[in-house]
Each structure stands twice: as structure tokens, then as C-alpha cells.
Design a protein around this ligand. Structure first.
Ligand code: SAM
Length: 461
């Protein structure tokens, strides 16, 4: 006989993401607290306290009902287990509040659960679970914790700053527009906006009106749109205004990419390179022009002078950057020429390879949207000449780049993904010629990386 004491979790925890997150934090706290205590052993599925009746905390919170032991007696072991129970109960209360119900039979205070139930729950701790790997960013998202904070940025007004280290390809933000509007002169736009605003909720009206206006005066609503709207797709005449996405400032070498998902009509922001905690999240407002051209554009269109890292390079480096940007635009134009694609496909593939290298030099692996476009161009060159082998590799690369900058659910990502699997389903399959005719199975398997790249870009057959 003896006196039992401990605590019960009432009601028991669910398998839901919030309870799981809280339980993991609690377990990590316990591990840290007892890390130097030789009586506490971490097993694959639980933590065991080797005192008294060896109470246990499982790693799966939804299985847990009770932490208890017999605590009676003047021995050192009884004192030790009593102290474990007291401390673990206090820590559990901090994490779960009134759900943690302490009981002690010595005071005629009994637990909530039947002992059969409790023993059954303890037996289930041993059953190995197949861990569901959940991205920490997805978890934060589900918990409604943004991975950025809104801060004042010197010389730029408000901006978004990473609260955690963010890995490449992470979806930083997804947001529906407050409103979308077609581009038109401010005197025509103003009444359209007034009517749209009137139809919005008071909260949305306040969000719209809280946005920055670099063009105050006769047309205040149009000024807000001009300062903030993001195009709904590349080159779209329709722009969307968002409460949070519109707080993201510009950089000529941005660490993030914004994209409009036309299927679900929302804007997404993805990291195109790793972003460190404390770093500002930036997107590009311009087309990647050389310094003078983009400064003029940013000043005229948005009313600011850019001092980003790309604009603050020493003169010789800025000159080299300008040369690269001119080359990028030139190659972009020639690659898009349908006549060249028809008569000189090999040269076009060569240009695609050169463009890839210049993009890498200029943007250091952050030009994912441009690479996605260029891989798609190379796909088109290959498929119009019947080359399914190269086309499938280019589509696969376009797909991977799209996943980084737009996510798996973007319509363009899905389109290039299906083309990677079935390149022949493209409407231009064999349209120019079938002189490069191959099947998907003919992608070479035994080449090293350098040889493979040479084969891919048509530098060796
Ligand atoms: C869409 S808003 C971005 C959020 C804005 N900073 C705010 O406080 O609401 C665009 C405006 O932010 C400012 N901005 C954006 N990027 C900037 C930069 N790189 N340098 C200086 N100002 C910038 C400019 O005033 C620009 O017109």
C-alpha cells in the first residue's frame, strides 16, 4: 500500500497541430531542465523518471493521461519522486494551465481517470509511431505565427523583416487582394476606386487607407494604388492591392519573388534564397534594367531612389553589373525570336546556356523566375524540333525553379510539371521539324555533370 500522487491531463490532448506543438515544447523544456540528471532517461518514445514507480512522459501528447507514482515513505527515493512530480506538475501547468489537474490520495483527492484507462495509455507509449514530418514553416503558418514582422526601415517607411532563418523556396506569405483594378488615368480611376472601397468592409477600408501614398493630391485613392499595386501576373494591366504584401520593399537583387496565382486569385511571396533572421524581405518592382534606367523608372513610378546592395556597388562593379544586365536583356530578346528558333535551334540553345550563366553571375542563384522562363524557352526549342529527351529535362528544371518561386500549386508550376512527364503533349511538338526526334527514354544516363550539360544545351550530340 502507499499513497499515490500526480497529475492528470483533462481533457486529454488532441492530435491537432496546436496541442502537438505545445506538448513538444513542454517535452523539450523537461529534457533541458533534467539534462544533467542521471535518473532521467530519454527512451525512443518517452522520458522515464527512475524513481518511485518510474513515471513516464510520452513523446506523443495525445496518448498521455497521467504522470504519477506512490510517494509515501521517508526514504530518499520517495522524496526524489515527490520532487519530480512537483516540478513536472509545475512545468506542465505553465504549458497547459488548468488542464493539468494535480491530485494526492493522501488528501483524499483522486485522479480523473480510471487506472485501467491509464495503464492502457501507458502501454500505447511503446507503439512506435511513424513520424509525420511537418515543415516548421508549415507549423508556424498553421499556428498563425507569421515568419516575418512589420518594422520601420530606415529611409523606406515600413517593411517586412524575417523573424527566423528562412530557407529557399519557403512560402513567406499568401494573401488575397483587398481589391484589383485595371490600369487607367487617375481621373478615371478615382471614381472607380471610390465605388470599390465603399463596397469593402470597414476593416478592409482601413487597411487600404493605411497604405503608403507617395502621390498625394487630387487623386488620393489612385495615389495609394500607384504606390502599392502589384501586377496580377507578369505584364498584366490589372493590379492588386494587399494589406501585407504591399509593405514589401524593393531591391534590385531581391531575396523573394511575388507571384499571382490566377486559379485561386491570391498573391504568394516565396524566398528565392536563404534569408537570415533579421534580414529584410525584398521583391523586385522593376524589369532588371541597368542602373540608370531602373533608377529613373523607380523614381518615376514609385517615387524613390534605390540604394540597395545592387545600386551601391563600387563604380567598376556597377559597370560590370550593367554590362551583364544589357546582355541578359539582349539574350532574352534573341531567344524569344520564333524565326531563329525555327532555323537556328542549336544557336538558341547556346544562347539559353549563356543566359543561364550570366543570370547566375548577376543574381547569384536568386534568379529563379528568370531561370524558369529560360528553361521553358529551351523546352520550346527542343519540342518544336521533336526532341522529347531534352524537352523533358528542360521542363523538369523549369518545374523545379517554379516550385521555388511560386510553389507547387501555381498553375504554371503544374503546367510545366505535366510537360516534363509528357513533352509530346505540347501543341508545338515537331512543329518546326523532326530533325532532333528523340523519346523521353533517350536522356543519357552515363554522363558526368559537365558532359550532361554539354549534351543538354546541344554542345555535343
Ligand atoms: C509598396 S510600398 C512598400 C511599403 C512602404 N515602405 C510603406 O511604408 O508602406 C512602396 C513604397 O515603399 C518605398 N520603398 C520601397 N522600396 C524602397 C527602397 N528600396 N528604398 C526606398 N524606399 C523604398 C517607396 O516609397 C515605395 O514607393
Amino acid at each position: 500500500m502507499g499513497i499515490d500522487a500526480g497529475f492528470d491531463m483533462v481533457p486529454r490532448l488532441s492530435k491537432g497541430v496546436v496541442d502537438r506543438h505545445n506538448w513538444d515544447r513542454f517535452i523539450n523544456f523537461i529534457k533541458e531542465h533534467y539534462k544533467d540528471d542521471a535518473q532521467i532517461e530519454i527512451k525512443p518514445n518517452y522520458i522515464i523518471f527512475k524513481a518511485g514507480e518510474h513515471p513516464i512522459l510520452p513523446f506523443e501528447g495525445h496518448k498521455f493521461l497521467r504522470f504519477s507514482s506512490k510517494v509515501s515513505g521517508p526514504t530518499a527515493a520517495a522524496t526524489r519522486v515527490e520532487s519530480y512530480i512537483d516540478t513536472v506538475t509545475r512545468i506542465a501547468k505553465v504549458h497547459f494551465g488548468s488542464r493539468v489537474q494535480y491530485w494526492n490520495e493522501g488528501f483524499d483527492h483522486f485522479g480523473n481517470y480510471d487506472w485501467n484507462e491509464v495503464h492502457e495509455s501507458i502501454r500505447s507509449y511503446e507503439q512506435v509511431r511513424h513520424a509525420v514530418v511537418i515543415s516548421p514553416f508549415l507549423l508556424l503558418d498553421k499556428l498563425g505565427i507569421p515568419i516575418f514582422e512589420i518594422k520601420d526601415i530606415l529611409g523606406k517607411g515600413k517593411g517586412l523583416v524575417a523573424r527566423f532563418n528562412i530557407s529557399k523556396g519557403t512560402r513567406i506569405l499568401v494573401e488575397k487582394p483587398l481589391l484589383t483594378v485595371r490600369s487607367m488615368p487617375p481621373n478615371e480611376l478615382e471614381p472607380v476606386l471610390a465605388a470599390r472601397l465603399k463596397a469593402l468592409s470597414k476593416a478592409s477600408q482601413r487597411q487600404f487607407l493605411s497604405l503608403r501614398n507617395n502621390f498625394p493630391g487630387k487623386y488620393p485613392f489612385s495615389g495609394i494604388v500607384k504606390t502599392n499595386a502589384l501586377p496580377c501576373g507578369p505584364g498584366s494591366p490589372v493590379g492588386g492591392v494587399y494589406p501585407t504584401a504591399c509593405l514589401i520593399n524593393h531591391s534590385c537583387i531581391p531575396n523573394s519573388h511575388h507571384s499571382w496565382n490566377s486559379n485561386v486569385e491570391h498573391e504568394t511571396i516565396h524566398a528565392v534564397r536563404p534569408i537570415e533572421a533579421g534580414e529584410e524581405i525584398t521583391i523586385s518592382y522593376d524589369r532588371g534594367d541597368p542602373y540608370i534606367v531602373r533608377q529613373a523608372f523607380l523614381n518615376e513610378a514609385f517615387g524613390f531612389d534605390c540604394n540597395c546592395s545592387g545600386c551601391s556597388l563600387p563604380p567598376s562593379e556597377l559597370q560590370a553589373s550593367n554590362a551583364r544586365r544589357i546582355l541578359i536583356q539582349g539574350l532574352d530578346d534573341t531567344i524569344g525570336d520564333p524565326f531563329r528558333m525555327m532555323v537556328s535551334p542549336k544557336e538558341v540553345l547556346g544562347d539559353c546556356h549563356s543566359l543561364l550563366q550570366v543570370l547566375e553571375e548577376e543574381y547569384g542563384g536568386c534568379a529563379t523566375a528568370s531561370s524558369a522562363r529560360l528553361y521553358y524557352d529551351a523546352f520550346q526549342v527542343s519540342i518544336t524540333h521533336g526532341d522529347q529527351a531534352r524537352a523533358s529535362v528542360f521542363a523538369e528544371r523549369a518545374y523545379k525553379a517554379r516550385v521555388v518561386c511560386e510553389g507547387e500549386d501555381s498553375p504554371e508550376t503544374q503546367r510545366v510539371k505535366s510537360l516534363a512527364l509528357k513533352p509530346s503533349e505540347h501543341s508545338s511538338f515537331g512543329l518546326c521539324s523532326t530533325k532532333w526526334k528523340t523519346t523521353r527514354e533517350m536522356v543519357p544516363k552515363s554522363l558526368n555533370t559537365a558532359q550532361f550539360e554539354k549534351w543538354l544545351f546541344g554542345e555535343q550530340s
